[in-house]
Design a protein around this ligand. Sequence first.
Ligand SMILES: Nc1ncnc2c1ncn2[C@@H]1O[C@H](COP(=O)(O)OP(=O)(O)OP(=O)(O)O)[C@@H](O)[C@H]1O
Ligand SMILES: [Mg+2]
Length: 358
Amino acid sequence: MAESVLKLTGINKYFGSNHVIHDVNLDIRKGDFVTFLGPSGCGKTTLLRMVAGFYEPDEGQILLNGRNIEKVPPYDRNTAMVFQEYALFPTMTVFENVSYGLRVKKTAEAEVQQRVQQALELMQLIGMETRYPNQLSGGQQQRVAVARALVMQPDVLLLDEPLSNLDAKLRETVRVELREIQQKMQLTAIYVTHDQSEALSMSDMIVVMRGGFIHQIGNPQEIYFQPKTAFVADFIGTTNLLEVTPAGNAVRYMDTLIPLASDIAIDESAGRYRLSVRPESLRVTKEAPQTGEVSIPAVIKSKMFLGEKVRYFLADSSDKEWIVDAFDPGRHLLDGQVNITFHPEKAWLIQGNDPDEV
Ligand SMILES: Nc1ncnc2c1ncn2[C@@H]1O[C@H](COP(=O)(O)OP(=O)(O)OP(=O)(O)O)[C@@H](O)[C@H]1O
Ligand SMILES: [Mg+2]
């Protein structure tokens, strides 16, 4: 197992009476690409700024390479941050912006030239060396900000929504390149985003946050297939959440007994139980269920044709709304009374309330 580079323990942060970070514990290993994912205002930037040294935690400890960095100012931490609002030096050219940190560190001229050139190439900024920030588009400024951080080869690279101003196509290209550079240079990176597909496709580890609480830490598959909270299940993709009651090795939804996958253990004291089933794991059919399938009668309320799939919106006899995706639907879509069927091992049980749920 790779060594720990960054360790946060019991971190709490208040702005006045506003408790914005709740008891965060996190261990990041060398070479990992970690994403902070969560909706606007959940505390992603605040957490990143505490690692960089721009905010101090009110409680808790941050270790960087085993060293407590509480008293270490940002410029001595060997972290480099790309700010959400870029924060380029307006009176410096692109080249001067990118080389700034290396000059402060009194790096030899030949090495400055070589590292800046490499960073500019990676960020597709060749030819723009002598321009000033106000002569660049928002997306170009953002890439200069990334180049300025990359060039430092920091112990931890901190990126706060660094690609938000790029058009979809360029964002995808830079995303892939950033991930390649990070892997090649074995950089440890924390990447902030509220885009779940970005998080799923880039990360070794995803930290899902809401309202200052960490809901779950896990790799992309764990986050998608084994969400710990109802929020995670719903925020990462789309899901159907059913309120169920435990019944031995199964759960009951209305009259239907749904057996649980063998790796799910019911915690009798959890109090609240919700079953998450993804739209792509469900089928809509006029026919009887296949052997082993669970079947729930429902009525199709509406449907959305999306080319490669149809998304059906249905209601069961308790008026609960269901979403079912049918891929490769053909030209004849279904209507009216149907059965929603699924294999029970595709269902995932969420136990207890979410941390920020009352
Ligand atoms: N300097 C500050 N003073 C007071 N409150 C702040 C300050 N910075 C952030 N907050 C509050 O702390 C909470 C977390 O903010 P933060 O900027 O960390 O969210 P975020 O997850 O980065 O959101 P976004 O995705 O919109 O950038 C918010 O409620 C915000 O209003
Ligand atoms: Mg932010």
